[in-house]
Design a protein around this ligand. Structure first.
Ligand code: MCN
Length: 783
């Protein structure tokens, strides 16, 4: 980081006026990437074509848990246009390790990683058993259907609590109770004491429903092996090209220098394109074995069946509160379903999920115990929010339930407990960098007209129960290292690149805004390129709402370095000392020395021309590896008003007000879009979506007919509001925003529905709040 930080971590930060924009940063510049996406000009992975391109399709396990007795591929192999059928035996006979890397750090057992093709056992329905490669995708599919697999079934378990029973089938020999890892955060003794001493305790059993990511574009890969120079190129749907390169390197046993990963336009990721699946590695294996390019594209159903799922927590939590409304402690016990295999660091995710359990509140004691449990279901990995929605749901449901039990207005109850001083260290190991939680709450309540909503009668004229709820949240954003390059061309145009990857977020616009301001170059002369592991230095990628903090600061720092070097070139051209050179509106001048001026393009040309000044290197380019030392914590308050029909259980969201504070906003319009998208997904979790498994491990919700993704008319207008509290953790003063909506919306919606149903004595309904579920709760309450 450079020295000229705008904010000093030691000083409390004042909230800014959100409309106070000066320059490109802070302006709601139109997204420049949309035209190509909307007109079909963008190239997605499945659009990629090569001469002699072959197609790979998997034979997937029909059962959830079984020994694979035999795979008979004879009929398939003899079919027209079939180039090869691979099983684990072919992988084993090659030099290729064939197992997706898995981080076993912190685990109680040492499970193997996910094999690209099943070795001798399948552990979830949809696990790839064989791969068929053919001249076109239809022949590949027909041949896959002709492969005969004999299974000896073992009996399946799909529920993470049942999986821990002694009579449950074990997925791995060295984890007989199916527990992959047990982790604890906070102080158990202090929390037990706090709850014992509290005037009241409130307990809830909560389910955080299992979700299936639904990006517009399913996962896909096209692999090419160039035997001449021994290099593999894989074009794929990735949020993290360098991350995928590293994982392919491990799976295939190839050095990273021999692999190029290109992520072209990617139609949404939402977390599940940040990690690897067997498809990418299998396509590469086949391309290398056959010497011909190979494409693999998941169908929507395959994405449902075998693309990593998200969430799936079962939690028992208890909060202790005194008569005056102060929270004394929070105890949380969670069983997290991990699915059948770990992918990368997925088995560690439940271990840190609890670090946001404090939400916005000064809670003296928190203890969270989590078990990460194997089951015969599709692997679980990060899905927009990745641990934070699960934690915030627990915190905000408990806080809501406690306010109700003690008869407090839910907003007032929260205000009494809000953290007011920063930095603030929570009992679960998070250090909040900055915030103005009370202002955020107040402005959200004002925007929603909270008092009027609270004053409404219990029922409207149609007999529907009226309710209003809210959820505050805190989101950890950023993390790790990122690279950013600013390269000025001789004509003064600029290429910006970073190791992050935009698949809907709009980095092409926001990075250009950042660099435009730092360099003083026309926005239209700045091109942003991401997604090619050869073209960009080592990068980390886009997840965890990290890109603006890490990639944004990396490109900003590079732009500043370039600007300083340009000033030195300009000094030479103007025959003036560098410290006498001014730079405004794209022109360099030295008014005390000469009337002449030089444009940015003049300087760029000189930087690459003959006769570069003594002591200076030619070129106008800088690379920064930015590392974020401290996490930036975004925060906000969402308010929801609902009407619930007791006859049908139908819930109508009448108002949705979202107030979010992500520090300085590079582009407020994009920020609002991110909030709206996240809220839509959060409403999806709260009201519609749930992956359901039958007891035998069959996924019952294996298509959009059975898994309800919200459509546009299911999502109300989201009224977006903002406060701006710059983060002292980075020069731009930014925090991330990409996941805020998925974190705030589920508890806000459920709290509102519980408020509506309070007259019936209903204190909790599990997500998703389908009509059927709400109606069942109403019926049980005697209506
Ligand atoms: N932004 C801004 N000012 C800020 C913060 C962000 O202008 N203070 C802008 C950014 O510059 C960027 C966008 O908002 O254009 C999101 O930035 P950020 O919060 O840094 O998040 P990332 O770019 O790292 O995106 C990751 C995040 C995650 S983790 C998921 S999952 C997700 C999401 O973004 N997946 C998405 N948003 C998505 N949006 C779309 N359309 N598609 C996805 O797959």
């Amino acid at each position: 980081m450079t020295d000229d930080s705008r904010t000093d971590p030691a000083d409390p930060v004042e909230a800014d006026d959100p409309d106070d924009a000066d320059g490109l940063v802070g302006e709601g510049v139109d997204r420049r990437e949309d035209a190509a996406l909307l007109t079909g000009d963008a190239t997605f992975t499945d659009d990629v074509d090569h001469p002699d391109l072959a197609y790979l399709t998997f034979v997937r396990s029909e059962v959830a848990h079984a020994d694979v007795e035999s795979v008979d591929a004879d009929a398939a192999e003899s079919m027209d246009g079939v180039l090869a059928v691979y099983t684990w035996a072919d992988v084993a006979a090659s030099e290729v390790p064939g197992v997706l890397p898995l981080s076993t750090h912190g685990l109680d057992c040492d499970p193997p990683g996910h094999p690209v093709l099943a070795r001798d056992r399948v552990r979830y329905q949809g696990q790839p058993v064989a791969a068929v490669v053919a001249e076109d995708r239809y022949r590949a599919r027909d041949a896959a259907d002709a492969v005969e697999v004999a299974y000896d079934e073992r009996g399946a378990v799909v529920d993470q609590r049942e999986a821990q029973r002694t009579d449950a089938p074990a997925l791995y020999d060295d984890a007989p109770d199916n527990v992959a890892a047990t982790s604890e955060l906070g102080d158990r003794e202090a929390t037990d004491g706090a709850l014992a001493d509290a005037d009241h305790t409130v307990e809830l059993d909560l389910t955080n429903n299992r979700l299936i990511p639904n990006a517009l574009e399913p996962r896909a890969a096209v692999a090419r092996w160039d035997a001449g120079d021994g290099r593999l190129t894989v074009e794929l749907t990735s949020q993290s090209p360098h991350g995928h390169r590293g994982k392919l390197s491990t799976t295939l046993g190839l050095p990273e220098s021999d692999i190029r990963v290109v992520a072209p336009s990617v139609g949404g990721g939402f977390g599940h394109k940040g990690h690897h699946h067997p498809g990418e590695a299998a396509a590469a294996f086949a391309a290398m074995a056959l010497g011909t390019p190979v494409k693999w594209t998941a169908t929507r159903s395959e994405n449902y069946l075998a693309g990593a799922h998200g969430r799936d927590h079962r939690t028992t939590a208890e909060i202790g509160v005194d008569d005056d409304g102060s929270i004394r402690g929070l105890r949380v016990e969670t069983d997290a379903n991990c699915g059948a295999y770990g992918l990368g660091g997925s088995l560690g995710m439940p271990g840190w999920y609890g670090s946001l359990l404090s939400s916005q509140y000064a809670i003296p004691a928190i203890h969270c115990e989590t078990r990460a449990v194997f089951t015969n279901t599709t692997p679980i990995h990060s899905y927009r929010g990745a641990g934070r929605p699960e934690a915030n749901y627990v915190a905000e449901r408990l806080v809501g339930a406690a306010a109700r039990e003690l008869g407090f207005d839910p907003a007032e109850f929260r205000r009494r407990n809000q953290i007011t001083e920063f930095p603030h260290e929570t009992p679960v190991g998070a250090t909040y960098d900055s915030g103005d939680y009370e202002r955020g709450l107040d402005e959200a309540l004002d925007a929603a007209d909270w008092a009027a909503l609270r004053d409404r009668p219990d029922r409207d004229e149609d007999g529907r129960y009226l309710g209003v709820g809210l959820a505050c949240y805190v989101e950890s954003t950023g993390g790790g290292m990122e690279s950013g390059v600013v390269r000025v061309h001789p004509d003064g145009t600029v290429t910006v690149s970073a190791g992050t990857h935009s698949h809907g977020q709009g980095h092409g616009t926001t990075y250009a805004q950042i660099v435009g301001d730092e360099l003083g170059v026309d926005y239209d002369n700045i091109d942003v390129r991401e997604g090619d592991s050869d073209a960009v230095p080592q990068g980390t990628g886009t997840f965890g709402s990290r890109s603006t903090i890490t990639g944004g600061n990396a490109v900003a720092e590079s732009a500043r370095a370039v600007r300083e070097k340009a000033r030195e070139f300009a000094a030479d051209l103007l025959d003036a000392p560098a410290d006498a050179v001014t730079y405004e509106d794209g022109e360099f001048a030295a008014p005390d020395h000469t009337d002449e001026t030089r444009t940015f393009a003049d300087v760029a040309e000189a930087a690459y021309g003959w006769g570069v000044p003594d002591g200076m290197d030619p070129g106008l380019e800088a690379t920064t590896f930015f590392e974020q030392d401290d996490t930036a914590y975004t925060f906000g308050t969402h308010v929801v008003a609902v009407a619930v029909d007791p006859e049908t259980g139908a819930v109508e969201i009448e108002r949705y007000v979202a107030l979010d504070d992500c520090g300085e906003r590079i582009n407020p319009t994009i920020v609002e879009g991110q909030v709206e998208g996240g809220v839509a997904q959060g409403i999806g979790q709260a009201r519609y979506e749930a992956a359901v498994y039958a007891d035998d491990g069959r996924l019952e919700t294996d298509s959009m007919l059975d898994y309800a993704v919200p459509r546009s008319f299911h999502v109300p207008e989201v009224e977006t509001e903002a406060t701006v509290t710059p983060s002292p953790t980075n020069d731009l003063g930014v925090k991330g925003i990409g996941e805020a909506g998925t974190i705030a919306a589920p508890p806000a919606v459920v709290n509102a529905v519980c408020d509506a149903l309070e007259p019936l004595g209903i204190g909790h309904v599990d997500m998703p709040l389908t009509g059927e579920r709400v109606r069942a709760a109403v019926r049980e309450a005697g209506e």
